[in-house]
Ligand binder design. Structure first.
Ligand code: HEM
Length: 432
């Protein structure tokens, strides 16, 4: 498989593969920054974890996913993307919807919250329809599987967000039903909306980031159906209060995910002539966290341990998988969706490498400590959260200032070394 053009410098709807995602990434970074600022303030202002989590998941991750689905569908399918005006209207509505959900829940306004849920759900339905149309008119069927992942992800969040709205509006008033539906909401959104999108994108994005040829993707064909089918079995089991059925559903999801895991192993086995970038380290760690979360989920749904399931989905799923995948994708996509001026792009990609390995290690160690602290008597949760948060702040800071960092002399020197032609290659080439 050849290398994939992530973006072009023109912002013309008639140009295939144009950087549709830039507006989404700007807006999503604002939400992610707000999420990080809200973490230390949680203890000062005494609000629950729900707020930082939803600023990150409903605000940042959801907008980045919408932008990513549109951009990758247009790029991989060689289709004409939607106009920028239409994309901006959707993005504006997504912002209004997310603000109403977050504000409505914080200030106990059911009307605002309900309006927010309706707006978010309708806009994501609209985006899913556009994504469907891009793939059905696509002249390149080679990556059609990514379109299958994206459409199924869209269905997952429409169900997941609706259940979230019902939970928030008090539709489930007995404790058991509330907990079952909370598990359903978290799982459909984290494993469905984000999980299916990340897997569908990583099929081509991970080899591109690693500068290696992708293995054949046909082997992945059953993966989206096993993952989504598993989520539907899980949902039926969870809403009927049948733990064994919910667990079988997650095991089916795991079978689909395992096919992707073998594919990732094949990618990692290809010898790259370049160093492994921070983006790939974060993405692979995110995939590992999703695997841990799913395996834990299979056991915890069978035993109906809702509290432990929530801890795994929040720490492993939301922070380890979703937020980490976002940080990893940004480390590559933000420099790659700017104008393709080779020297500038090389330096900006290398700017993202500053402290990158330490950042990946600290983020993941911090989350392991937070998880151990939550599930055992060892009191290391706070230390873990501080460590992971510091690493995330460093990644977010770079996501804002990498164009300036790229101009530093030290970064230029490092960039020359990073992209120096390997002994058997004619010249250094940044990813396109
Ligand atoms: C339409 C928007 C959404 C609404 C109205 C909503 C509402 C809720 C509610 C009411 C809870 C239960 C809180 C509790 O029992 O304390 C919850 C929990 C959760 N939601 Fe959402 N949610 C939305 C979107 C999302 C999205 C898009 C994601 C992930 C991509 C997500 C992930 C989670 C997670 C991981 C939890 C468990 C954390 C916790 O209990 O605070 N939600 N949500």
């Amino acid at each position: 498989m050849g290398r994939i053009a992530i973006g072009t410098s023109q912002n013309d709807p008639r140009v295939l593969g144009r950087p549709l995602m830039s507006d989404h990434n700007l807006s999503a970074r604002l939400w992610a920054t707000a999420a990080l600022i809200s973490v230390p303030l949680a203890s000062v202002w005494n609000y629950a974890w729900w707020l930082p989590l939803h600023l990150a998941l409903l605000g940042a991750a959801t907008q980045a996913i919408v932008g990513g689905q549109l951009m990758f569908s247009a790029t991989l399918g060689l289709s004409r993307g939607p106009s920028r005006n239409l994309v901006l209207v959707q993005l504006l509505l997504l912002n209004v919807g997310a603000l109403l959900v977050v504000g409505g829940r914080q200030w106990h306004s059911d009307a605002a919250l309900a309006a927010g849920v309706v707006i978010v759900t309708v806009v994501i339905g609209w985006v899913t329809f556009l994504v469907h149309r891009l793939w059905s008119r696509s002249v390149n069927r080679r990556f059609a599987m990514t379109g299958v992942f994206y459409r199924l992800a869209g269905v997952s969040i429409i169900l997941g967000a609706t259940i979230g709205g019902a939970l928030a509006l008090g539709a489930f008033n007995d404790a058991a039903s509330y907990l079952e539906h909370r598990s359903l909401h978290m799982t459909l959104n984290v494993l469905g909306w984000v999980g299916l999108t990340v897997v569908g994108t990583a099929i081509t994005l991970l080899p591109t980031i690693l500068h290696v040829r992708a293995p054949k993707i046909q082997q992945l064909r059953p993966a989206p159906w096993l993952m989504f089918g598993g989520l539907m079995v899980f949902s039926t089991g969870a809403s009927l209060g049948l733990g064994w059925m919910a667990s079988v559903g997650l095991a089916t999801y795991a079978a689909g995910f395992a096919i992707f895991g073998f594919y990732v192993r094949k990618i990692l086995a290809v010898k790259s002539r370049r160093q492994v970038p921070t983006a790939a380290l974060h993405l692979v760690s995110a995939v590992a966290w999703l695997a841990v979360t799913v395996v834990a989920g299979i056991i915890l749904t069978a035993t109906s341990d809702h509290a432990a399931l929530r801890d795994f989905i929040v720490v492993g799923g939301a922070a380890g998988f979703v937020f980490q995948a976002l940080l990893g994708a940004w480390a590559f996509l933000l420099p790659s969706t700017r104008a393709p001026i080779p020297e500038q792009r090389r330096r900006e990609l290398v700017a993202m490498e500053l402290g990158g390995r330490l950042q990946v290690a600290a983020y993941n160690l911090g989350l392991v400590a937070a998880m151990v602290g939550l599930r055992t008597d060892i009191d290391i949760s706070l230390a873990g959260i501080i460590l992971a948060w510091t690493a995330a702040v460093s990644a977010m800071t770079k996501s804002w200032i990498f164009p300036y960092l790229g101009r530093l002399r030290g970064v230029q020197v490092r960039s020359d070394l990073w992209w120096a032609p390997p002994s058997d290659e004619g010249g250094a080439s940044p990813p396109t």
